[in-house]
Design a protein around this ligand. Structure first.
Ligand code: SF4
Ligand code: FES
Length: 256
């Protein structure tokens, strides 16, 4: 603990240990930084840039940028909200997302982020690219129309499942998630119980035969917006600190 230091997110003092990223420190302090490719079980990838913040006036990805002592981080500003909004709108314009027909609707992180950022319809023209669906596997399906190239499946298969089932192929607009077989998903050693199957933030990798099992009203984001789990942890932290002397640096806000 003696090595920990303080930095500031939107004026709130936050404690971090050396090497901790801005996002991890924010998370521990109950401050939500929007993200898509980040996942707590995975090494950061820094691909989606939705977590962009400004550290001492310079833009950086909060999920890969280590926090620095006494640094001043801007997270919840009008300019950054607009930037994130544009990124999410671009993802909708580049892919073929039909939320009303997607079984991940209500539990999809992209959709939930769009709602939280106040996106009603993307301002960019849809590209309507042809993208391949691979339904060859007995238990799992990949619908690349919904893929946002976050690499969670790639990292999960490699680092959590030890298999390397997924990877990327192509460049720029042609970039696609691929499988480690020249043929199809059924020719890989993917198992329905693999972590890579459940870690997709959107409805691009889904289990077969179990669609629409959660009723509307009980889906992941039906009750509370994305990020509120992190923020409610902050409320609990603050409430706990009301009953203790001192308190963590992250809760100094209530004492000011
Ligand atoms: S299939 Fe899902 S987890 Fe994999 S890169 Fe695409 S969106 Fe991310
Ligand atoms: S969450 Fe940081 S770049 Fe995607």
């Amino acid at each position: 603990m003696s090595e920990s230091f303080t930095f500031y997110i939107d004026g709130v003092p936050v404690e971090a240990a050396p090497g901790m990223t801005i996002l991890d420190a924010a998370q521990a302090a109950g401050i939500w930084i929007p993200r898509l490719c980040w996942h707590e079980e995975l090494e950061p990838f820094g691909g989606c840039r939705v977590c962009t913040v400004k550290m001492n006036g310079r833009s950086c990805a909060a999920c890969t940028q280590p926090a620095e002592p006494e640094s001043v981080v801007e997270n919840d500003s009008v300019a950054l909200r607009e930037w994130r909004k544009a990124l999410v709108e671009l993802l909708f314009a580049e892919g073929n997302h039909f939320c009303m027909a997607c079984e991940k609707s209500g539990s999809c992180e992209l959709q939930a982020l769009a709602y939280r950022l106040g996106i009603a319809a993307p301002r960019f023209e849809h590209r309507w690219q042809a993208r391949e669906v691979d339904a060859s596997h007995a238990d799992v399906l990949i619908d690349r129309n919904r893929c946002i190239l976050c690499a969670r499946c790639v990292r999960a298969s490699r680092d959590l499942d030890g298999k390397n089932v997924f990877g990327f192929t192509g460049r720029g607009p042609e970039r696609r998630v691929a499988v480690n077989s020249d043929a199809r998903l059924r020719d890989t050693d993917l198992d329905v119980s693999d972590r890579a199957v459940d870690i997709c933030p959107v409805g691009a990798i889904i289990r077969k035969g179990v669609g629409f099992t959660v009723p509307i009203g009980a889906r992941r984001y039906d009750g509370a917006p994305i990020g509120s789990d992190v923020e409610s942890a902050n409320d609990e932290l603050e409430s706990a600190n009301e009953h203790t002397e001192g308190g963590a640096a992250a809760t100094v806000r209530q004492e000011e």
